[in-house]
Design a protein around this ligand. Sequence first.
Ligand code: AP5
Ligand code: ZN
Length: 216
Amino acid sequence: MRLILLGPPGAGKGTQAQRIVEKYGIPQLSTGDMLRAAVAAQTDVGRRAKEVMDAGKLVSDDIVIAIVSERIDQPDCASGFILDGFPRTLVQADATEKMLRDKGLALSAVIELKVDDKELVRRVSGRYSCAQCGTVYHDTDKTPSKEGVCDKCGSTHFKRRPDDNAETMTQRLEVYYKETSPLIGYYYAKGRLETVDGMAEMDTVTADIEKILSAL
Ligand code: AP5
Ligand code: ZN
């Protein structure tokens, strides 16, 4: 199964991708996570990406396409993968088509999560994650069952992203509507687009995605 999760910042792509990973055992390929790992490791790519990411703009197509292309060649992607946050521009979408065609692979579905801007800002400003395993939480909506302890790995260290603030979020949304939302029409025209109401509760969103996946 090869999926694309499409949606604005804070729509729940990462949250839902984690659930698909658990159920289907295919890896989540988040370009945001990969770029943040490069920033933390202070690689060349990371040094170039940091400023762009902190400003809420997009890292260059060449860089992200190269990262994804290399990643999907890894053995754990042989039975499928979930693309989370990629493609994000029409250039990246065309590159994805070519990448898959060259490898003789087909896309199973593109799932768009639809959420209002006001809700996106609320979600992103309350978001934090486990510093050890990356599990995502929210100040009010999704707290660990034992306060200050990660449900998944037991770590007591949490972090917030530097781009999760109202000002940068305005920029990220602008970039989304300008650069990424044209992909909705792109995949609709190809007959691949499935739209899910991302405003619903997390479990309802998961169930709606599950309905789509079980029909594939
Ligand atoms: P990236 O890391 O991809 O961030 P994003 O697209 O902005 O998306 P987010 O991770 O913010 O949101 P999400 O949809 O995963 O939501 P989540 O599940 O966490 O990209 C970061 C940056 O990297 C970009 O700005 C860019 O600079 C660069 N980059 C990355 N990919 C690139 C590319 N392809 N090309 C160029 N540059 C690239 O949920 C959010 C919060 O809401 C959480 O707290 C969660 O608990 C909560 N929540 C989730 N679902 C629900 C629900 N149903 N109800 C209530 N709360 C919910
Ligand atoms: Zn953890």
